[in-house]
Write a protein that binds this ligand. Structure first.
Ligand code: GLN
Ligand code: ZN
Length: 754
């Protein structure tokens, strides 16, 4: 009997071995064979971890050298034409992922509401498909040899098409039958490998609001696929939110073996499980997206509740989603505060949780070590509930006193005063905040962290950088200056480090894309500001110039969305706490004479829930927390915000309601079409659509930028328009930034006619 399962496992390696192997391969230090060997080592380790934890359903093909959607593109033979002439398989694979001298890479975008990025399949009318099952067969046999009867993880046909983009305007679902045929061929091939093989189709697209056509495709797919072979046990796996009742009922009418539902991020699933007939239910009850220890007793209770609807034997205990989204292990976290560490559970620890929960729920014999683990879990959860590290009653009180989050005066009045005080010209020029992060700067910060240099030496270094930044901006002729952010390695970590309620890991890496990992900070407790966080550097920059220097903060929603956030408090409350800390910071900046303050909300949009029904609630608290943060700004203090993405169509009213005086956005890559929405809704506030793409080393010419400014003037009146690059310049080099900004200023002068 199958009692438990893991949706999928992380692949980057405990010490990020995959990252380093990939980088060595790309730089020619190791060959393709050695890369494959390293990959195999990692896969076997993953199998071993899961086997020794007592997991029944261990996956293969959850491993990828770069990305699982890219692997699916290869599996289906859907290689875009520009790569078709590359014979070498490894070269082809990485050319699609990263581009090469001749070809641009395929687009990459966020996997549902996570911070993981997948490669977007490119389909056109002329795309053809052919099966390429080599990787899957290899990894299956490898696991068999290792003594494991694995489940094979695949990205399902609906989700594949759902994530694909059309390069010629044709309907991607036009390929449905062709794609399904390949999946059928694949299942036939898998069926020839043995008896009773488990195949999991990941279909996270079914937790979004699917159209009736999309649902039709889903049912047709699993109707057909579940009839391919009696030797196969098919699983349809959903995660990240709930599956609606119709979809569940229809899936339940197919011959699949199991459905996986997420009970952590889609509690609503509880209401619909009655519709699952004669199937196994894989219950995702251990959070695969967050890093807190499960409350094992509460989880078993939840399972008991689910079991009211079906016999226990049909219930399989699992993670809510793949463990790709959490760090590997707590093993190397020797610097974490012991109390905090005791509340955490990363991928390896989660395996143990799934195993123990399954034992308790299914009534297996508990050994001494199991009882000890359960007791430790109870204690850890109690400590987390009561710890003074987490709960701050004073803060709760002062938050209650904030009921009015509006600015002192309406925008129309504020902007008049601001224009008088700040006296900036039409088409005012500025940048988004950061300037190039040089090797020298990184070395300075790292030596300081390792205590190799004194505090004084560090500060002198930072000041020197700020001086150069100000000088460069003055020479360039920009209107509103910035300090350049040299003291920040990361826009969230920098603030997190200065707030009570945050902790940081040493090795808590999570794959973001390919070889790139991020290390999200841990927001574990009530948030309070220890002391001013940015005032010293901003005021230093301001002291060096007659021009206005813009203060630079990260907004509450972005800080929250890029952290692992406590789950014992609603996100709306956590956001409010962050907002209050920023509110105090803005007050301090203002009192120190800073006249413009930018509050970046780069991750505002990615926090949107997948289900329409939940969007309103998110918008409400996200908006309120931004407003609370900036509500300490006087009418004559100008508030800017910056957002990194470009498609504003569905959220434009919310952005307007944030009521920042000026917003700068990323549009350079997407073109001006997307700006029309601002005109259509009659957007009130001032706006700086990025006029050049900072993601590329290319230096745009004066002509190009002049043309772009003129095009923008067709959409916006000149009094409302700011001119800036489309994001921070930290990833660029000075040699690129200096001429690009000079050209920008020249272009503005030409358009202004001076
Ligand atoms: N102020 C930040 C910077 O310039 C904004 C970064 C971002 O939007 N991602 O780096
Ligand atoms: Zn940006």
């Amino acid at each position: 009997m199958i009692k438990n399962s893991i949706t999928g496992f992380a692949r980057i390696g405990k010490q990020r071995e995959l990252k380093f192997a990939l980088e060595a391969f790309w730089s020619g230090k190791i060959g393709a064979d050695e890369l494959q060997n390293k990959a195999k080592e990692l896969r076997l380790k993953n199998l071993e971890y899961q086997k020794s934890a007592g997991i029944d359903l261990v996956s293969v093909n959850d491993f990828s050298l770069y990305d699982g959607v890219l692997d699916t593109i290869v599996l289906l033979g859907a290689v875009p034409p520009r790569f078709a002439d590359i014979d070498d398989k490894t070269k082809l694979y990485f050319a699609m992922a990263r581009g090469d001298e001749k070809r641009v890479a395929m687009e990459m975008t966020k996997w549902f509401n996570t911070n993981y990025h997948y490669i977007v399949p490119e389909l056109s009318k002329s795309t053809t498909f052919s099966l390429n099952a080599e990787k899957i067969i290899k990894e299956f046999k490898e696991a068999k040899e290792f003594g494991i009867n694995p489940k094979i993880n695949l990205i399902g046909p609906l989700t594949f098409l759902f994530l694909s983009k059309s390069t010629d305007g044709s309907d991607v679902y036009g390929h449905f039958d062709a794609v399904l045929k390949i999946y059928e061929q694949l299942l036939n091939k898998i069926a020839s490998l043995g008896e009773k093989i488990f195949v999991q189709f990941d279909e996270p697209s079914i937790v979004t609001d699917l159209s009736s056509e999309q649902k039709e495709y889903l049912f047709r797919a699993y109707d057909r696929l579940s009839l391919v072979s009696p030797k196969l046990n098919l699983i349809v796996a959903s995660y990240f939110d709930y599956v609606d009742k119709d979809t569940l009922t229809a899936l339940s009418n197919t011959k699949i073996w199991a459905i996986a539902l997420d009970f952590v991020h889609g509690r609503e699933n509880l209401d619909n499980i009655k519709s699952i007939k004669d199937k196994q239910l894989i219950a995702g009850v251990v959070d695969g997206r967050n890093i807190w220890k499960s409350d094992i007793n509460a989880t078993v209770k939840l399972l008991d509740k689910i079991a009211l609807n079906m016999p226990k034997e049909r219930l399989i205990v699992s993670t809510s989603c793949s463990l790709l989204h959490v760090p590997y292990s707590l093993d190397s976290e020797d610097k974490l505060d012991g109390e905090v560490k005791n509340w955490l559970s990363f991928a390896l620890e989660k395996l143990e949780e799934v195993s123990l929960i399954s034992k308790i729920f299914h009534g297996d014999v508990l050994f001494e070590k199991d009882t000890a683990a359960l007791n430790a879990n109870i204690k850890a959860n109690e400590s987390r509930k009561n710890s003074s590290k987490i709960h701050n009653n004073e803060l709760q009180k002062s938050l209650k006193s904030f009921s009015n989050t509006s600015r002192e005066a309406p925008f129309e009045e504020r902007i008049k005063v601001q224009k008088e005080v700040l006296n900036y010209p039409v088409l005012a020029t500025t940048t988004i905040g950061s300037f190039p992060q040089t090797d020298e700067l990184r070395a300075l910060r790292s030596s300081f962290k390792k205590a190799k240099i004194s505090h004084e030496e560090y500060e002198t270094g930072i000041k020197k950088y700020i001086e150069e930044c100000i000088k460069t901006q003055e020479e360039t002729g920009l209107d509103i200056l910035v300090h350049g952010e040299p003291e920040r390695n990361d826009m969230v970590e920098y603030f997190g480090e200065q707030l009570n309620g945050y902790a940081f890991t040493k090795e808590g890496w999570v794959q973001s894309y390919g070889s790139r990992c991020v290390k999200p900070p841990l927001l574990f407790g009530d948030i309070t500001r220890i002391k001013p966080m940015s005032v010293k550097w901003i005021t230093y920059a301001q002291s060096l110039t007659q021009k206005v220097v813009k203060g630079m903060l990260t907004g509450p929603v972005t800080i929250l969305n890029w952290s692992f956030v406590r789950d014992d408090l609603p996100k709306s409350d956590v956001a409010k706490q962050l907002a209050l800390a920023l509110n105090h910071e803005i007050e301090d900046l203002q009192n120190a004479g800073i006249k413009i303050i930018q509050v970046d909300e780069a991750a505002f949009k990615e926090g949107y829930p997948l289900r329409k029904s939940k969007k309103e609630a998110y918008e409400k608290w996200a908006l309120e927390s931004f407003k609370l943060a900036v509500s300490s700004a006087k009418a004559n203090t100008q508030i800017h915000t910056h957002m990194c993405y470009s498609n504003f169509n569905d959220i434009i009213k919310t952005i307007e309601a944030m009521d920042a005086d000026v917003i700068s956005i990323e549009t350079a890559r997407a073109g001006n079409k997307i700006l029309k929405i601002f005109k259509e809704v009659g957007y009130k506030q001032e706006i700086g659509p990025g006029i050049y793409d900072i993601h590329s080393p290319r230096i745009p010419s004066v002509d190009e930028m002049t043309a772009q400014i003129k095009a923008l003037l067709e959409i916006f009146p000149k009094e409302k328009l700011w001119i800036n690059p489309d994001c921070g310049l930290k990833t660029r080099k000075w040699e690129e930034v200096k001429p690009a900004l000079k050209n920008l200023v020249k272009a503005v002068k030409i358009v202004r006619g001076n």
